[in-house]
Ligand binder design. Structure first.
Ligand SMILES: *Cc1c(COP(=O)(O)O)cnc(C)c1O
Length: 367
């Protein structure tokens, strides 16, 4: 097969010269980690870009979620969904909390807010929900439920960097929102994560938790971890942030071409745009339900054409080997998530993906 390989994602990069220019100071300062100049600059730029006053930078998105949950000092049950990255469920369980799996809705595959209340017990302490594919959860309904039952709301916003709702950054909703800055995401710092907080006290606590629990040079108050972002990662973030709007615009061109080619085809379901939401075109999920090929057949046909699509999210986290025994029975409560996991294929999606590439992919699917 001589056609060029197309992977599901490809990292956006600044020019080599731009990155080298950005990291030059580090040779002079010899300050490579622990809230150096790049870290501080990047943090200030992100507060502005994301429209949030309080945020912490992390070594990766997962610890951004796990440590943020720790900062709330929660106990008991957390309502969440199994249609997500295993990171979401791990961050709950690794904090000693019990995940209670609620189904997703069949429009955007985020948590079905109408079903949350039936899972609330006197042990429920929080809702941890994922903004799936950059589509936004029903944040207003979730806020109301949280207020009524006095629950914390923490979003896995790993897919949602740059997304806005009614003109406001998505992190304006909930008590905390984690954005992953992994190399494969819309916006990246090589490895990295950003968690935005509503409350300054939780921010301050988190900033101690990312640094082993140190509260002074000789005093450690919390049993914690090292979850800090380093200066080279922050420098990559500074460079990538300069180009994020044009990168998202380039993604939109590929996204629009997919929609043009694949919408209205019987047996192929796409996610409709959400009202009031400015999307980041982070993924292009397609659901094959009653199409002439099933999902696995489409994946195999694409692979023959040197195109590698992925199944995000499959399997459900409640069906992973590490959770199946304890939580596998909950799958009966999450039929929409189960069906989605069986039908979904996320097609290649990145800023460099051309309209010709999209046509090459769609030609195979529609053949
Ligand atoms: C990528 C991802 C994570 C983990 O982020 P890392 O930066 O890779 O640690 C968590 N949740 C979701 C939904 C993700 O897609």
């Amino acid at each position: 097969m001589s056609l060029e390989r197309i992977n599901v994602t490809r990292s956006s990069m600044p020019s080599y010269e731009e990155y080298c220019e950005e990291i030059k100071d580090l040779w002079e300062s010899r300050w490579l980690s622990n809230a150096g100049i790049k870290h501080k600059t990047f943090e200030a730029q992100l507060q502005e870009y994301l429209g949030v006053p309080y945020l912490t930078l992390f070594a990766n998105g997962h610890v951004g979620l796990e440590v943020a949950i720790d900062a709330f000092k929660l106990e008991g049950e957390v309502i969440t969904t199994p249609y997500t990255h295993c990171s979401t469920t791990h961050s709950i369980v690794r904090n000693g909390l019990t995940p209670v799996f609620c189904d997703v809705n069949d429009k955007d595959y985020t948590i079905d807010a109408a079903q949350i209340e039936k899972y609330i017990t006197d042990k429920t302490c929080a809702i941890v929900a994922t903004h799936v594919y950059g589509g936004v959860c029903d944040v207003k309904a979730i806020d109301e439920i949280a207020k009524k039952y006095n629950l914390k709301v923490i979003y896995d916003a790993a897919h949602a960097f740059g997304v806005t709702v009614d003109g406001k950054g998505v992190a304006a909703y909930g008590d905390a929102s984690m954005f992953s800055c992994h190399a494969t995401k819309v916006f990246h710092t090589i490895e990295g994560g950003i968690t935005a907080f509503k409350d300054k006290d939780i921010l301050d606590k988190t900033n101690k938790l990312i640094n082993f629990g140190f509260i002074g040079p000789e005093e450690v108050a919390y049993v914690s971890t090292n979850a800090r972002m380093n200066e080279y990662e922050a420098a990559m973030g500074i460079c990538n942030l300069r180009h994020i709007d044009s990168e998202i615009a380039r993604r939109k061109a590929a996204y629009d071409r997919y929609v043009q080619r694949l919408s209205g085809v019987p047996g192929i379901k796409l996610i409709a745009p959400q009202e009031g939401v400015k999307h980041n075109y982070s993924y292009f999920p397609v659901f094959f339900d009653g199409y002439k090929y099933d999902r696995d057949q489409v994946q195999a046909l694409l692979a023959e054409g040197n195109i590698f699509a992925r199944k995000y999210f499959y399997p459900l986290t409640s069906e992973l080997a590490c959770y199946k025994e304890q939580y596998g029975a909950s799958v009966a409560n999450t039929p929409v998530a189960k069906k989605a996991a069986e039908c979904v294929l996320t097609l290649p999606m990145y800023a460099d993906l051309t309209v010709e590439d999209v046509d090459r992919i769609c030609d195979i699917i529609l053949k």
